[in-house]
Each structure stands twice: as structure tokens, then as C-alpha cells.
Design a protein around this ligand. Structure first.
Ligand code: KG4
Ligand code: ZN
Length: 337
């Protein structure tokens, strides 16, 4: 089954052609980062406009790269939640129009479900059930993946997402938006033991995260140094901050694995690209019986291939939509089985 898939939930416009869920024929991503960087973060109104400008062109490119035309498409999948509402609406309306004109099923896809599905593309043998850490710019969840379309959230952030903490810490250090990758690079040159940052826990909820105290600690550290006229070593601060985030993410994930008995572990979302996190989980999952699945860096961030993959499983589960489909800014990953 050949699915044409769209993603426009934030600042990447993406289209892909995916066959039977895991065979990616094309995966075109048009990033708006350079524009939003001027403002230090995503400007929702600009994001929507840019999606509308490029979506037709990237659709054409996705079809051409896949060596097919509209007539070969069996279904259209699209990210419909969660995300920036105006941005989501561009993809949803475009997908609706296409599905209607091609007379093929329309498959709505939850953004976090598709991040998890990036692992199916990279690891052809991977099947649920498994435990997955989903860490992106907007979410940080520990998810029990019971089947391709049945999820249970075991832990979540109570405040900032991990990616958001990376981006805000990076901003205070003077790195461009989005700062996660700059912290990652700087951390390689720094000493992770140089600054002791807090690793907050959530009382009574061992699998939940809280990143806002850590983020504030970095901002305060930088401001205090500025006020005292002291030079800070950016690499050391980046390394110490990253170590704290990685400690929190990995400790909660491995505790959840131990308590639930899952030994198949996966990671997904933009923060899954972090080299410190990948290295740490590689070491943690090196114990007997454990296996670790991570998407390649190219599939960690937002893309259309992951939507095409999850869209296939949603289609098989009967989760298609009519033209009444609407976009939704907020939606739980387990709201639909
Ligand atoms: O999944 P994603 O592309 O978009 C959302 O759904 O939010 O995630 C973007 C987030 C940003 O916060 C970005 O800074 C972070 O992922 N990120 C990283 C790295 N690469 C991207 N964070 C830490 N280390 C990285 N190498
Ligand atoms: Zn994402």
C-alpha cells in the first residue's frame, strides 16, 4: 500500500511516499529554521504561511523522487495533532483536498505516534510491545507501546519538555535557535562535572519529569556570572546541563523498564538525536536481555516518512477520517486506540 504522507505540525513542511509502512520511497523535508532563528523561536503565524507556500512543491518533489504520480497513491496520511494549530491546518486541509480528489482514504496521524514509528522504518524487525521515551520540543513522555495503535503514558513532564529546556538553556548561552544541537556540540568540548545542576524529581511520580528548575538554574548561573563580570566556560555549562538532562531521562526510562519488565527499549523525537543521550542509553541497555532501538539522526526530527509509517498502521486499525477531520493543538497519544 502506497501512502503519501504530510507533516506540518511545527516548523518543517514534509511530504513522503511510504510503501507498506516501512519502505520509504521518498522523504522530503523543507525546514523553516533559518526564518524562525531571526526571532529566537517559532513564530506560529509565519510557520503557517511558509507551510502554505511550499507544500505543493514538496508534494511534487516527494512524488517525483518516489518515481510515481498521484494515480499510484492508495491513501493520504497527515499529522492532525498535537502542534501549532495554524500550521497543522495547512497540512490537514491540503491532505483532505488530495484525498477527496484522488478518492482514497484519509488517515489522521498523531504526531508523537509518528515519532515512535520512525523506529519501525529504521529497525525492520521491531514490533510492539516495547517501552519508548519520546522527547521532543513540546513533549517528554515515557510510553508503553502496547501495539502499533495502543499506547499508555507511564510518565510525562510536569512543566517544560526536554527539547524546550535544551533550547532555553542554549538561548541563555547565546546559541542560535533551536539550541539542542549546539549544546550537544559544545558539550563534546566541555567538562560535565564542572557545574553541579539540579536533577529535580516529582514526588510520588517516579516516571515523571520536571525540567523547568534545571532550565532556570542554567539561566541563573549565566546571569550571576554576567553580573559579577565573570567569564563562563560555555562548553562546561553545556556539558553539565546536558549531563543533567540525560541523567533524568535515562534514569526514569530505565526505572520504568525495571518496574514494568520491558527489556525492549526505544527512543524517539528530536532529542533522541542527542549524542549524550544515545551514548548513555547504549550503556544502560548493554545489560543482558535488553535491546535498544533508536532512529537514525535523519528520522529523529520531524519528517513525513514517520507519518507514512504510522499512517499505514492506523489505516490497518481502521482509523481513517472523513472530510470533517479537524486539526487539534492538544491531544493525548492514547486518546484513540
Ligand atoms: O521532534 P522535533 O523535531 O520537533 C517537535 O516535535 O518538537 O524536536 C525538536 C527538538 C528541539 O527542541 C531541538 O533543540 C531538539 O529537538 N534537538 C536536540 C538535538 N537535536 C534536536 N536536543 C538535544 N540534542 C540534539 N542533538
Ligand atoms: Zn516532532
Amino acid at each position: 500500500m502506497k501512502i503519501l504522507a504530510f507533516e506540518s505540525s511545527c516548523d518543517e513542511t514534509a511530504a513522503a511516499v511510504v510503501v507498506d509502512g516501512r519502505d520509504v520511497k521518498s522523504n522530503i523535508v523543507s525546514s523553516q529554521i533559518a526564518i524562525h532563528r531571526l526571532y529566537g523561536g517559532v513564530v506560529p503565524e509565519i510557520a503557517s504561511r511558509k507551510h502554505a507556500e511550499v507544500i505543493s512543491a514538496i508534494t511534487k518533489e516527494a512524488l517525483e523522487t518516489a518515481g510515481c504520480g498521484f494515480k499510484d497513491i492508495d491513501a493520504v496520511a497527515v499529522t492532525y495533532a498535537p502542534g501549532l494549530i495554524g500550521a497543522l491546518l495547512v497540512g490537514v486541509n491540503f491532505a483532505k483536498g488530495l484525498a477527496m480528489s484522488l478518492d482514497v482514504p484519509l488517515v489522521p496521524v498523531h504526531h508523537l505516534r509518528s515519532h515512535i514509528a520512525a523506529n519501525y522504518i529504521a529497525h525492520k524487525e521491531l514490533e510492539p510491545p516495547f517501552l519508548c521515551l519520546v522527547a521532543s520540543g513540546g513533549h517528554s513522555h515515557i510510553v508503553e507501546v502496547r501495539s502499533h495503535t495502543d499506547f499508555c503514558v507511564l510518565g510525562r513532564t510536569r512543566d517544560d519538555a526536554a527539547g524546550e529546556a535544551f533550547d532555553k538553556a542554549a538561548r541563555s548561552l547565546g546559541f542560535p535557535y533551536p539550541g539542542g544541537v549546539f549544546i550537544d556540540k559544545a558539550a563534546h568540548e566541555g567538562n560535565a562535572a564542572a557545574v553541579v545542576f539540579p536533577r529535580p524529581k516529582v514526588d510520588g511520580s517516579p516516571f515523571d519529569f520536571s525540567f523547568s528548575g534545571l532550565k532556570t538554574a542554567v539561566i541563573n548561573y549565566v546571569h550571576n556570572a554576567e553580573q559579577k563580570g565573570m567569564e563562563i566556560n560555555k562548553n562546561d555549562v553545556a556539558a553539565s546541563f546536558q549531563q543533567a538532562v540525560v541523567d533524568m531521562l535515562a534514569a526514569r526510562l530505565m526505572l520504568a523498564a525495571e518496574r514494568t519488565g520491558y527489556k525492549k527499549i526505544a527512543v524517539a523525537g528530536g532529542v533522541a538525536a542527542n549524542s549524550g543521550l544515545r551514548e548513555r542509553l547504549g550503556a544502560d541497555c548493554a545489560q543482558p536481555g535488553y535491546s535498544l532501538y533508536m532512529p537514525p539522526l535523519s528520522l529523529c526530527g520531524d519528517n513525513g516518512a514517520m507519518v507514512g509509517c504510522q499512517g499505514y498502521y492506523e489505516y490497518l486499525a481502521g482509523n481513517t477520517a472523513g472530510l470533517e477531520l479537524n486539526a487539534c493543538a492538544n491531544m493525548e497519544i492514547d486518546s484513540l486506540k
